[in-house]
Design a protein around this ligand. Structure first.
Ligand SMILES: Nc1ncnc2c1ncn2[C@@H]1O[C@H](COP(=O)(O)OP(=O)(O)O)[C@@H](O)[C@H]1O
Ligand SMILES: [Mg+2]
Length: 397
């Protein structure tokens, strides 16, 4: 066995990470709140645990005594990860990184206040009234976030509970939507100035082990498009002016160094909005990023391979790119507890260059991500068209 890994979160990203780890002879214990989650289907063992329950989380880790605890999601009792790290367990990329990114506010404060990164104007609110006050300029004091703006629960992911507010009349509804769809028990939202960006990117950034020099490495920027706060398609290359690209790399390095610390290692997905010459930090994942699924096809070392190498302290040589590549998601259209059935996969895969990954999620919800299509083309635009067309041929029932 190369190493024993407890994977906290067993979705599609965890599944691909588990496959990378299995290929290198690791033992993987996949953990999630529900049985038959995607990563559990390829892992050596699995546990169904409420990872927001600190005691249950600790029992699970101590039972398996892993070499590495690898979080795959944000909704984990990260204060327990801090304790486990103190007790000698290795948390990836670091317990601090997981803890700071569990809620949107902690990482935003670190990025904007401590590191001075450019972000959208923002404020927090813990009631509908506070939200209205945060948006509207407060009489005689500092101005508010203004309209339009984006309201998000401080704990949520994949756009859950997130909405754009364009008029004052929509504020109450946005508050309720955020609170009804948040994770955890903190009724706090972040409200951000709406950035009318030209495009947005994920800057995958790797922090290597201190034993290898602790260097920072970058994957080429990934362009992506989101709907309802959730990723629909991503592509590489995503051409950027060299100054903008450098700015994204400099900001990524700063936040990754801070979160990983001296001993941390792993891949991070750092998100930016680009508007004219401005590069605006949005948020980050201290782990593989959903838009980074395009790297399953765009290069020799996927974001999952890179994460694993960084964790195990294996060198990361220069990445070899395979040319313009895109990913497009396959979504469910309705809620059902029945095992999903897929049709049209053979039609999609009849298109040259197209590959399909079905995650194997046991149930569906409207807009739930069930699979992804990968395609290559002459240009990134061409690859996007092919991936989108192939994804549209697949239906989930
Ligand atoms: N302040 C903003 N201005 C414009 N678009 C935004 C803003 N915040 C979020 N979005 C859009 O919503 C998407 C999801 O928001 P994000 O903060 O990344 O949440 P999540 O953690 O769910 O990915 C972003 O990728 C972007 O497309
Ligand atoms: Mg995001």
């Amino acid at each position: 066995m190369t190493a024993k890994i407890v994977l906290l979160g067993s979705g599609e990203l965890g599944k691909e990470f588990a496959i990378s780890a299995k290929r290198l002879g690791c033992r993987v214990v996949a953990v999630d709140r529900y049985a038959d989650a995607p990563a559990m289907q390829v892992a050596d063992a699995h546990e169904v645990v409420d990872m927001l329950d600190g005691a249950a989380l600790s029992r699970c880790v101590r039972r398996h005594k892993p070499d590495f605890i690898v979080p795959e999601i944000e909704a984990i009792r990260t204060s327990e990860l801090l304790k486990l790290e103190k007790a000698g367990f290795s948390v990836v990329p670091s317990a601090f990184a997981a803890h700071m990114t569990m809620n949107r506010d902690a990482i935003r404060e670190l990025a904007a206040k401590e590191l001075g990164l450019r972000t959208a104007r923002y404020a927090y609110a813990s009631s509908a009234q506070e939200l209205a006050d945060a948006i509207n300029s407060k009489a005689g004091t500092k101005s508010g976030v203004g309209l339009p703006c984006v309201v998000k629960p401080t704990m949520s992911s994949s756009g859950k509970g997130q909405s754009v507010v364009r008029t004052k009349a929509q504020i109450g509804k946005a508050w309720k939507y955020a609170i009804d769809n948040m994770r955890g028990d903190r009724k706090v939202v972040i409200v951000e100035e709406f950035i009318d960006f030209d495009y947005e990117i994920t800057q995958l950034t790797i922090k290597e082990r201190a034993s290898l020099g602790g260097g920072i490495k970058f994957v080429e920027p990934i362009g992506h498009r989101q709907e309802r706060g959730d990723y629909q398609e991503s592509w590489m290359p995503c051409p950027m002016k060299s100054a903008a690209k450098r700015a994204a790399q400099t900001m990524s390095a700063a936040v990754v160094e801070r979160l990983a610390g001296k001993n941390g290692a792993g891949i991070f997905g750092v998100e930016f909005f680009v508007r004219a010459n401005e590069v605006i930090f949005s948020e980050l994942s201290p782990r593989p990023h959903d838009t980074g699924m395009v790297t399953l096809r765009s290069q020799d070392l996927s974001e999952f391979d890179l994460h694993l190498r960084a964790i195990l302290g294996i060198p990361i040589p220069e990445i070899r790119y395979a040319g313009p590549t895109a990913s497009a998601v396959v979504l469910a259209s309705r809620e059902s507890e029945r095992t999903p059935r897929y049709s049209g996969i053979e039609k999609a895969m009849a298109i040259p260059s197209v590959e399909v990954r079905i995650f194997g999620k046991p149930t569906t919800r409207k807009h739930r991500r069930m699979g992804v299509v990968l395609a290559q083309g002459k240009t990134a635009g061409d690859a996007r068209n092919i991936a989108a067309r192939a994804a549209s041929l697949i239906t989930v029932r």
